[in-house]
Design a protein around this ligand. Structure first.
Ligand code: MF3
Ligand code: CO
Length: 245
């Protein structure tokens, strides 16, 4: 847990730097370079670069891109949202987290999407404890999304994490109370709600990685690596400011 927390500190620092630098006109490739330089300066290795051939340090997913967006020459514009997903590997262990950054003032609906995604993650964090069924958490995540007029992605999941970036169990963002894996003290999991303004159908672009919504409506993503503790959980990828529920 402590080793993953040290990797998580680096991930959290990447968000702080990128949130400061993400502004209209910046190219997503510039943000990826900043992230990579920082991770290496801290003595860690980017978890994603080379993972199943993924070519970059970060996944930067803009607007209708859900996850796994390639950093590149695209310039961010006022009103855009960019999902920043990053992992760091340090002393044999991975930490993985994501957040969605606003570029200037957002449309009201988009702002609600981003806030609700944060609320879904905060709700999951508040529920995660030994003995709970993942289905209890997953049902609550989906309910909060739907109550606010959004859908959760059905084809992408959270996951266990440790010496490998992706470990068992799979953690969908929808489910039924009393079903699915039961959480145990000592497990380390990456919880990652992905919400959309329209339908949850997705497709993969020709680059083989970038996942977008089929209907072109926008999407937001938040992720923390969590350790299940005796009486709840500990966030290993830094506190962020959750406006909350
Ligand atoms: N953070 C992503 C996840 O949660 C990992 C991206 S896989 C990569 O599963 F290959 F794109 F790096
Ligand atoms: Co993940």
């Amino acid at each position: 847990m402590e080793k993953i927390a040290r990797a998580g500190d680096i991930v959290s620092e990447v968000f702080q730097v990128l949130a400061r630098q993400a502004r209209p006109g910046i190219r997503t490739a510039q943000l990826d370079k900043l992230a990579e330089e920082l991770i290496i300066k801290r003595g860690a290795i980017p978890s994603f670069k080379g993972y199943r051939g993924y070519p970059y340090t970060t996944c930067l997913s803009v607007n209708e891109q859900v996850v796994h967006g390639f950093p590149g020459e695209r310039q961010l514009l006022p009103g855009d949202i960019v999902g920043v997903d990053v992992g760091a590997f340090l002393n044999g262990y991975h930490a993985d987290a994501a957040t969605t950054i606003a570029i200037g003032p957002l449309d009201q609906g988009v702002s609600k999407l981003v806030q609700t995604t944060r609320d879904c993650l905060a709700l999951a964090v508040s529920m995660v404890r030994p003995g709970i069924y993942w289905g209890d958490v997953a049902e609550a995540i989906e309910q909060k999304a739907v109550q606010n007029g959004f859908e959760v992605i059905h084809d992408l999941f959270g996951h266990g994490i440790g010496q490998k970036l992706h470990e068992d169990p799979l953690l969908p963002n929808f489910g039924k109370k009393g079903t699915g894996p039961r959480l145990k003290e000592g497990m380390i999991i990456a919880v990652e709600p992905m919400l959309v303004m329209g339908d949850y159908e997705i497709e993969i672009l020709a680059d083989g990685w970038t996942i977008v919504t089929k209907d072109g409506k926008w999407s937001a993503h938040e992720e923390h690596t969590l350790a299940i503790t005796r009486d709840g959980c500990r966030i290993l990828t830094g506190q962020r400011n959750y406006g909350e529920q």
